[in-house]
Design a protein around this ligand. Structure first.
Ligand SMILES: [Zn+2]
Ligand SMILES: [Zn+2]
Length: 172
């Protein structure tokens, strides 16, 4: 959906619709769209700056990076971005200003579909987990801990619990 920057109404353009993308466009490998991306945002022009603000919501399926179990990952994210015309980028680079909320458009268009996909990809965790405390796969029997905890005893299987264990030992 190309927005013609020069034709934006003064009060801004309200966009309320769904965008569909092939799952291959997601940065997260193996991630799958379970729903189209619902977009509610406003595109407003201030001189040559374009503000894109609103929210995106969808549901994806990720594979847990620890136990490999697929799980649903709902996204409901708000953002408020400022797009500057591309020429200004060079000036900004000279000033060495860093602002993740300032981006650039190639006049005279802004591709809203791209903007939404970019923002969606930014919401993903570095390592998606089915649960914060996902125990992962048992290194002895290969069973996924969450589904049926196996009876193997794996000393020190999870390095994150090591400090806690040593504290408890000290107390004894
Ligand atoms: Zn998991
Ligand atoms: Zn086991």
């Amino acid at each position: 959906m190309l927005i013609d920057i020069d034709k934006l109404p003064k009060e801004g353009l309200t966009v309320n619709r769904d965008f569909e993308y092939p799952s291959a466009e997601l940065v997260e490998e193996d991630a799958v769209f379970l729903k189209p991306v619902h977009v509610e945002l406003i595109v407003k022009k201030y001189f040559d700056q374009v503000q894109v603000a609103g929210r995106i919501a969808t549901v994806l399926r990720f594979n847990c990076s620890r136990c490999l179990t697929p799980f649903e990952y709902p996204v409901d994210s708000r953002f408020d971005l400022i797009y500057l015309p591309e020429e200004i980028e060079e000036i900004k680079e000279e000033l060495e200003e860093e602002d993740v909320n300032t981006l650039y458009y190639t006049a005279p268009h802004l591709d809203l579909r791209e903007v939404v996909l970019e923002q969606l990809n930014l919401t993903f965790p570095l390592r998606p987990l089915c649960a914060e405390n996902c125990p992962g796969i048992c290194p002895v029997c290969g069973v996924v801990g969450r589904d049926g905890t196996c009876s193997c005893t794996v000393p020190g299987a999870d390095p994150r619990f090591q400090p806690l264990k040593s504290i408890m030992k000290d107390k004894k």
